[in-house]
Design a protein around this ligand. Sequence first.
Ligand code: QZP
Length: 411
Amino acid sequence: MTPLQEQAAAESRGGRGGASPLPTSDLDPFSIEFFKDPFPVHEELRELGPLFSLSKYDIYGVARYEQVHHVLTNWQTFCSSRGVGLADFAKEKPWRPPSLVLEKDPPEHDRARKILSKVLSPVAVKRLRQSFEAAAERKVDELLGRGRFDGIKDLAEAYPMSVFPDAVGLAPEGREHLLPYAGLAFNAFGPPNELREQAIAKATPHVAYVTEQCRRQNLAEEGFGAEVHAAVDTGQITSDEAVLLVRSLLTAGIDTTVNGIGAALYCLARFEDQWTALRSEPQLARNAFEEGIRFESPVQTFFRTTAREAEIGGHVIPEGSKVLMFLGAANRDGRKWTLPDHYDIRRVTSGHVGFGAGIHMCVGQLVARLEGELILTALARKVKRIRITGEPIRAFNNTLRGLTSLPLEID
Ligand code: QZP
């Protein structure tokens, strides 16, 4: 028997655990069928209870806001150092050297986090506003000139790709590896299904590119990359650690904002009243982006591992268990949100877990929000109408939710 089955058996014998037996689902939360429309299933998962098990992977799951938030904010019990994907680093070798922020716990985590917090601080991000704003306006002008375009390829991907790699200080050559590398990393958090295995099979050139570009000599003299490496000179980190921290920027800094901008764009194209509201008040752009993150949750899930015995909703979880957090379900939990399935650009979005919560909460969130705010502001100021002209095509990834194509017309 697996630990989970043993516990279920113990509970049915009236042993320790919750007053009621732990609910189980045979859902595969990493299947194409689920990715197509996860929201009705999210509701079923929330209704199962505060904690459930997923028999397909012998793991635990949380889908209600309260429990997702609890797991995110209790790192001593729900640790990251055994990986935030399905793979338990205590039992299997990670596909790449672990991230010094994402896949560590305090105190190691805090040392690395401090460097990135400073590099991505409010003051540092403020300095980018002018150039990011000019790029957003150029992008929207170009798309207005074309009239018809792909909202994902030509906008949600093109805009971050036109600003973020330069902000890091990457050379112009080889940038086509960035999105495939991120797609790989986000698929790798999932189980060994076709998405993960195919991505790993094609990984070599993308990994080689990222590994090489993270070195100090390959980064511009100014930019996030150089600023990370400057922490070597002051003795805060080693040069090997600096390379890995730049890798974190490249892994987490692009595909996330691509899908965040894609989410807001897809919402604004579908919900005409919200587009009208944004046009009449472009100052709402930053919140329209944030609400897109809550509504679509571009980062749908990731895991923690119990570092010690834990308790959720009256159920005991043994040490060494994987707990899957359904961020997308928490962000639409009716226990927390009014009209959760409505995209409302005036909503008070604070508290959503689309950027996580607690000590690991997205360190690049100010860069993401800047990009989101500026591209939506440029659209609101310059564009009268957005129309979907063809069938949106969904992208399938073990972690990220978004589209691969969104045919649009603007005027
Ligand atoms: C990915 C890294 C949603 C998160 C899992 C995004 C993420 C954050 C950090 C890293 C990768 O440090 O490589």
